[in-house]
Design a protein around this ligand. Structure first.
Ligand code: NAD
Length: 429
């Protein structure tokens, strides 16, 4: 065990978190060193630097990454992130989490992730299109509907996926809708995909709170108001909860009577910002410090922005009874321990935010069959898979000898399903 964990210290915190979660699960199921090495290695690590012509006539070189973690259970799948924080270690951590997540919800994919180091907020649509097309062409040899299927993540959206699908298709000579998911419906996207991660989060939370009255009348605080946080907040309000605190990178807001999250989310999707919504519609709400969102006195906290925001430094001040992870990796292992000691239930990312990849799977199936499911069908299947995954985690937890956290149970399920596939397939040659 010591030999396997020594290397962790040289990593960036996010990869350290992913490795630490893996090794603590591996310790308890007494995994041998060979399997540890296999599951902490990465099948493909692709790094590229590529030029883009900018609107001002200059040429800028961008760094991009695509990482495949493990493909034992099927083609690899994972989002593409555009952010100024992207690093290779971050992309590796996110790819590894995708492997466990796909296994936890039992969709037939391995884990991948990609990213480009850029600030999409400061780029024009034309520049973003050129960057996306060139990056797609660069990673073209390692993606494909049977190999690696990208999707949106932070800083990317359905339009980005439409450009990726078009670029890949043009280079192959015919339309291949199954190469990416999270596309607009008009070019082969799935009904329900845009809100799927937030909706999956709601379904898991509803199931978790089912015996104590459900989501209705719960108070909720949401960090991050993008695709995941904004949709989750909207759907939770529509289910009767009061979202009293929200934030994005620019502003944090509190309204004790409940924020109009559906209105704010619609405003943002029409091109506005949380601040511009607050300026016009925020009567009764007040601007607060960003830290107050994580430490709010609410029933449920939804971190849905970035990694490593719940740490040993602030975990003691979290007042929510339930933390449900919309973002990937928002909680450090030290904060996990504080929450476990304090009796705060943490529903981990690999379960809670798996709704996105689940509906991506439905989109991929529809693309391959040239079928179009109704939104009702998508949501019903999403609920079925998320509820099944929630119960496999709680059941696994209940059967653990010395008890366990939901994070440990989800990690065990993910790892065990991947090991089963690896053992059945064997090692080539
Ligand atoms: P997004 O770009 O749509 O939204 C991100 C939001 O977080 C924005 O509102 C941004 O302003 C906010 N934000 C950034 N830094 C912040 C900070 N320091 N404090 C408060 N808010 C901050 O991205 P997204 O797709 O919603 O992804 C958010 C997280 O969810 C990421 O960890 C991503 O990997 C994860 N995730 C996304 C999906 C998906 O389907 N999009 C699926 C699973 C997990």
């Amino acid at each position: 065990m010591q030999a396997s964990t020594e290397g962790i210290r040289a990593m960036e915190p996010v990869l350290e978190t992913a490795m630490s979660q893996f090794h603590s699960a591996a310790d308890r199921i007494r995994m041998d060193d060979g399997m540890r090495d296999l599951l902490t290695s990465f099948k493909t690590v692709y790094q590229t630097e590529f030029p883009v012509d900018m609107d001002d006539g200059s040429t800028r070189v961008f760094s991009g990454y695509r990482v495949h973690h493990n493909a034992a259970r099927g083609p690899v799948k994972g989002g593409i992130r555009y952010s100024e924080m992207v690093t290779l270690d971050e992309v590796k951590a996110l790819a590894m989490w995708m492997t466990w997540k796909c296994a936890v919800v039992n969709v037939p994919f391995g884990g991948a992730k990609g990213g480009v180091l850029c600030n999409p907020a400061e780029m024009s649509s034309h520049e973003l299109q050129d960057l996306t097309r060139r990056f797609t062409s660069e990673i073209g040899p390692i993606i494909g509907p049977d190999r690696d299927i990208p999707a949106p993540d932070m800083g990317t959206n359905p339009q980005t996926m439409a450009w990726m699908m078009d670029t890949y298709s043009m280079e192959q000579g015919y339309t291949i809708p199954g190469v990416v998911t999270g596309k607009p419906v008009a070019v082969g996207g799935s009904e329900g995909r845009f809100e799927a991660t937030g909706r999956g989060l709601l379904y898991v939370l509803q199931e978790h709170l089912a015996t104590v009255g459900g989501v209705r009348d719960r108070t909720i605080s949401v960090q991050g108001f993008g695709n995941v946080g904004g949709a989750a907040a909207k759907l939770m309000v529509e289910s009767g909860a009061a979202v009293t605190h929200v934030s994005d990178a620019e502003i944090a807001i509190h309204d004790p009577t409940g924020i109009d999250a559906p209105g704010a989310f619609a405003h943002i999707n029409a091109g506005g910002t949380l601040r511009s919504w607050f300026d016009v519609h925020g009567t009764g709400a007040e601007e607060i410090d960003h830290a107050d969102v994580l430490e709010a006195d609410v029933d449920v906290l939804v971190p849905a922005a970035i990694e490593n925001v719940l740490t040993e430094e602030n975990a003691d001040r979290v007042k929510a009874d339930v933390v449900i992870e919309g973002a990937n990796g928002p909680t450090t292992p030290e904060a996990d321990q504080v929450f476990a000691d304090r009796g705060i239930t943490l529903i981990p990312d690999t379960l809670a935010n798996a709704g996105g990849v689940t509906v991506s799977y439905f989109e991929w199936v529809q693309a391959r069959q040239y079928l179009h499911w109704s939104e009702e069908q998508v949501n019903a299947e999403l609920r079925r898979l998320m509820v099944n995954a929630y119960h496999s985690v709680t059941t696994r937890c209940g059967s653990a000898d010395e008890g366990c956290t939901f994070r440990e149970a989800a990690q065990w399920i993910g790892v065990e399903r991947v090991i089963e596939a690896l053992e059945l397939r064997g090692i080539f040659p």
